[in-house]
Design a protein around this ligand. Structure first.
Ligand code: FAD
Length: 414
């Protein structure tokens, strides 16, 4: 983090987050990676006790009344423990609670946000289905309106906290005949209403987060657990894309930092041909590239966080957030790749944590919307912005800055 960007309150929070990160026993990290811990409840309980979660929400609901810059800073610090720590920290407090804070009633905030931020309840977000995750609008989970309640039927896949969460944010079709944009609703679903954790996935990395397939069979959801109104699920979904993608990106930086840190120490000490390997440009330039990528990723994250805090138009936010998710996750994966490369064979073993970090980070460009989906959004928004600005007389027509720019007969498009 560029500390000079932080105010005193943020610096204090950063110190607290760092102390918390230092206090987590290494055995917990190892146990999660070995699937000996299915869901890190104690970690979340302690984060809640320290009031580290959801710092941008109003104090009234358990936050600290801070902003997105502060949130990104905390997510980055938590990521240092390992990507899955930040996943479980983020999914409940930064995603699910974000939706309830923005779209929920006071009763819902009291019942679901406050205890979660205190570390007393755990939550998961159920969006992806076995039939697909990229196509949100293709959801086949249904919620039938029965007056005072809905009957929920369907399945969701790869749900972090599927094992461990007390309640779930679930998207389901409530008007199968309507255009999906107007026919999906969002619900808060309590586990004890009959939600079943059907299958726990064996993962390449990011283990210990309880990633599961969830089954909802005739689950009764009281009407008061509808979030954001009937058939208004897309509105909830659209706002959630900010915490999903900006938060994910911020924590990816933290998760990559230890790999570069370890590689820097190792290459300073490890000798080949009678010299420390860092003395070879082939090595030190890879470390330099990794450090540059992490700093560029940070610059992008904190600029985007400021843009969100400044409430710039939604469409620009969509593009910036998607760019951040794509650029930051790919940069961090490359940084971890370089870190392993400069360590030679030992980097590929469990003597150092680089191999775990490398495995964990592979998820970053897949979940919360794949990076192909990010490119799709960036392209869509960019072309729209381009054509909107094209006819603005205050903007220079750059196309005309060529010697033969007026040769209209040469400008053939079809
Ligand atoms: C460990 C883990 C944890 C997860 N946690 C959660 C969670 O807590 N909650 C949750 O809801 N989901 C979660 N996910 C799901 C994740 O968000 C989805 O896997 C992801 O969005 C992709 O969906 P999919 O797997 O169905 O792939 P698909 O949608 O089937 O996509 C397959 C491939 O096609 C590409 N593709 C699809 N459509 C397009 C397009 N229009 N243009 C270009 N390419 C396209 C994709 O990029 C991808 O490469 C998790 C996944 C994993 C692996």
């Amino acid at each position: 983090m560029f500390e000079y960007l932080l105010n005193d309150e943020q610096k204090q929070l950063q110190t607290q987050a760092r102390e918390f990160v230092k206090s987590i026993p290494r055995q917990m990290i190892l146990d999660m990676d070995q699937d000996r811990i299915q869901f890190p409840k104690e970690f979340l309980q302690e984060a809640g006790r320290l009031n580290l979660m959801g710092c941008r929400y109003p104090k009234k609901w358990g936050g600290r009344g801070m902003d997105w810059v502060s949130t990104c800073m905390v997510m980055e610090e938590i990521g240092v423990l390992g990507y899955i720590f930040a996943c479980t920290f983020g999914v409940g407090a930064e995603l699910v609670c974000d939706a309830i804070i923005l779209h929920g009633s006071d009763t819902q905030k009291e019942k679901y946000v406050k205890p979660l931020l205190k570390g007393e309840l755990f939550a998961a977000e159920c969006l992806t289905e076995p039939r697909g995750g990229s196509d949100f609008f293709g959801t086949t989970t249904t919620a039938e309106d029965k007056g005072d309640h809905f009957l929920l039927n369907g399945q969701k896949r790869f749900i972090v906290g599927g094992e461990g969460a007390d309640y779930f944010l679930v998207y389901a079709k409530t008007d199968p005949e309507a255009d999906p944009k107007n026919g999906i609703s969002c619900f808060i679903v309590d586990r004890d209403k009959g939600v079943k954790t059907e299958y726990l996935y064996g993962l390449m990395g990011c283990r210990g987060g309880g990633a599961a397939r969830m089954v909802f069979k005739d689950v009764v959801v009281p009407r008061e657990n509808l979030l954001g109104g009937l058939n208004q699920g897309v509105k909830v979904f659209n706002t959630m894309m900010i915490p999903e993608r900006l938060g994910t990106a911020a924590m990816t930086i933290g998760a990559a930092v230890p790999a570069v840190d370890v590689a820097t120490g190792y290459t300073s000490k490890r000798k080949a041909f009678g010299r420390p390997v860092a003395a070879f440009q082939g090595v030190s330039f890879q470390v330099a590239e990794a450090v540059t990528l992490l700093d560029a990723a940070r610059a992008m994250i904190y600029t985007t966080a400021r843009a969100v805090d400044a409430k710039i138009p939604d469409k620009q936010v969509r593009r910036l957030v998607s760019e951040s998710k794509k650029f930051v996750t790919e940069s961090c994966q490359k940084a971890a790749h370089n870190a392993m490369q400069v360590m030679g064979g030992i980097g590929y073993t469990d003597i150092y944590p680089v191999e775990r970090i490398f495995r964990d980070l592979r998820l970053a460009s897949i979940w919360t919307g794949t990076n192909e989906v990010m490119s799709m959004i960036i392209a869509n928004e960019w072309y729209k912005e381009y054509w909107k600005d094209k006819n603005n007389p205050r903007i220079r027509d750059m196309e005309m800055d060529a010697a033969a720019a007026h040769e209209a007969d040469e400008k053939i498009y079809e």
